[in-house]
Design a protein around this ligand. Structure first.
Ligand code: F6P
Length: 545
């Protein structure tokens, strides 16, 4: 069944939310907390080793009830069933959306065109496992008989961001293999990577679902030419493997068909790290850890699929985000992990969230009359505190923020972890409570600040607070908890796309630039500027001068 085509702003509950918003926008969370000591008890979800406290949001029970009704009115439950059972919900590309099948149990029965995909999923998983074991153990060797020491992932977008984020996040679990990522078509990027490598001991993983992406093919060709300066054509088969749906193009590139890891058109690029696109993850943290990552994601899938909406983490996070985006007019959300390991989580989710839900045409083919996709940004705490937190605390924009922290660090350095986590808790408290005039005056008195100076400084030192945050507290950063965390955001994206009545799994918007780049490249190469707008023609002529 296709997803329903319901304009959320035409639902009865949307109007009620609008009316409710008029009162809530003047409500302060400080008052809500003062009048209800059990607020955190009410507004949190404990699931496995995840604690999600969403009490620091500008909501009452009535808000949640209305938002949950919205989910009902847009038929979210039915949409979730369609998503998991492989219906063609990506209608503009006539595809199912089944990254969840990649982490489902072998016994699952998930049909695409009437055929259970699980045997094929597990056969590719076995191939990933065998290949990873061979490389890690050193049994698989390069063209001079040496074991591999380095792995280079050549891909872009979903064929780069996921593996790069996970490999960074799971550094603690890493083996002896060094890993590198080449994505940008900028030749300086590939050259900087190449200069660190020894062709005899480097394995190249070309990842491209379509195997037509300009950036990836250019980088792969440049690297192959560099490799061939030291090796011969037959050695390419030993050092280059590919992950793609386009077996024909991969073979044309010179890759041995045995070294091709298939994927399927029902896996979107930005949701593909769970497939063979994650080969570099499996290589550098081992297949067992890769499998644990998948297991954690599968547990989140089960939670999302089966839990009632009022206790369902992705659903609640999505509804809160809609509350701010569509009623408060918040344009962006920040995501602050309190671990350096997750420094690439925000860039990774930028593709997931913004490529999926950056759409302005509804599933009914008409322009939407409300805001869709949020802008996502963030950096790890505490670095971000010393960079952009000023704007979140005292700027004019409302920026709902997710704080992600862990009870235990990985190396067990208690002193550092206590300091890190005290900042984690302090920030959400400060964003909630702010600092009142009375508090500031009290501080001035204690410090003996003169009246004149105090009067001047007072307005600058007051913090209004009332800034919404979600706190996601997890026991430890493990492959399982990371898998669950990423899946949590994937399902949040899905819920929001369903409610906004948009197609979240296509990305036509990135096509136009690609097409124009191809024709401009021909003009640059021939030095013949054709007809463009006057600015582009002017710039091209200057570039060619
Ligand atoms: O940016 C557009 C996009 O199509 C992404 O969705 C995808 O992840 C990326 O390009 C790379 O595509 P491919 O894996 O086919 O090279």
């Amino acid at each position: 069944m296709a997803l329903p085509k319901i304009n959320p702003s035409q639902t009865a509950v949307w109007q009620k939310l609008q009316t409710h918003f008029e009162t809530m926008q003047a409500t302060s969370m400080q008052d809500l907390f003062a009048s209800d000591e059990t607020r955190a008890e009410k507004f949190h979800i404990q699931w496995n080793d995840f604690l999600v406290d969403y009490s620091k949001n500008i909501i009452r029970q009535e808000t949640l009830d209305l938002l949950l009704n919205l989910a009902k009115e847009v038929q979210l439950k039915e949409a979730i069933s369609s998503y998991f059972q492989g219906d063609l919900i990506n209608q503009t590309e006539n595809r199912a959306v089944l990254h969840t099948a990649l982490r489902a149990k072998a016994s699952a029965n998930i049909l695409v065109d009437g055929i259970n995909v699980m045997p094929e999923v597990y056969s590719v998983k076995n191939k990933i496992q065998n290949f990873s074991n061979e490389v890690i153990s050193g049994n698989r060797k390069g063209f001079t008989g040496k074991a591999f020491t380095d792995v280079v992932n050549i891909g872009i977008g979903g064929s780069d961001l996921g593996p790069a984020m996970i490999v960074e996040a799971l550094q603690f679990y890493k083996n002896h293999l060094n890993v590198h990522f080449v994505s940008n078509v900028d030749g300086d990027h590939v050259n900087e990577v190449i200069k660190k490598l020894n062709p005899e001991t480097t394995l190249f993983v070309i990842v491209s679902k379509t195997f037509t992406t300009q950036e990836t093919l250019s980088n792969a060709e440049t690297i192959r030419s560099w490799f061939l300066q030291s090796a011969s054509q037959v050695d390419v088969a030993k050092h280059f493997v590919a992950v793609s749906t386009n077996i024909q193009k991969v073979t044309e590139f010179g890759i041995n068909p045995d070294n091709v890891f298939p994927m399927w058109d029902w896996v979107g690029g930005r949701f593909s790290l769970w497939s063979a696109v994650g080969l570099s993850i499996s290589l550098v943290v081992g297949f067992d850890n890769f499998d644990k990552l998948l297991k954690g994601a599968n547990e989140m899938d089960e939670h999302f699929k089966t839990e009632s909406f009022d206790k369902n983490i992705p659903v609640i996070l999505a509804l809160l985000s809609i509350w701010y985006n569509n009623f408060f007019g918040a344009e962006s959300e920040a995501l602050i992990p309190y671990t350096q390991y997750l420094q690439r989580l925000a860039p990774y989710l930028q593709q997931g969230i913004m490529e999926s839900n950056g759409k302005s045409i509804g599933r009914d083919g008409k322009p939407v009359n409300y805001q869709t996709g949020t802008i996502i940004w963030g950096e790890p705490g505490t670095n971000s505190q010393h960079a952009f937190f000023q704007l979140i605390h005292q700027g004019t924009k409302l920026i709902p923020t997710d704080f992600i922290g862990f009870k235990q660090s990985l190396y067990g350095n208690k002193d550092h972890h206590d300091k890190l986590m005290s900042n984690f808790f302090a920030q959400t408290e400060a964003l909630l409570m702010g600092k009142t005039e009375v508090q500031v005056k009290g501080e001035f008195e204690k410090q003996g600040v003169s009246d004149e100076k105090a009067d001047f400084l007072l307005p600058f030192k007051v913090f209004s607070g009332n800034k919404p945050t979600n706190t996601i507290l997890i026991n430890q950063l493990t492959p399982e908890s990371l898998g669950a965390l990423v899946a949590m955001y994937e399902h949040k994206i899905f819920v929001q796309g369903v409610i906004w009545n948009i197609f979240s799994y296509d990305q036509w918007g990135v096509e136009l630039g690609k097409q124009l780049a191809n024709s401009i490249l021909a003009e640059i190469e021939s030095k013949e500027v054709k007809s463009h707008d006057s600015s582009t023609s002017f710039l091209l002529r200057k570039f060619l001068e």
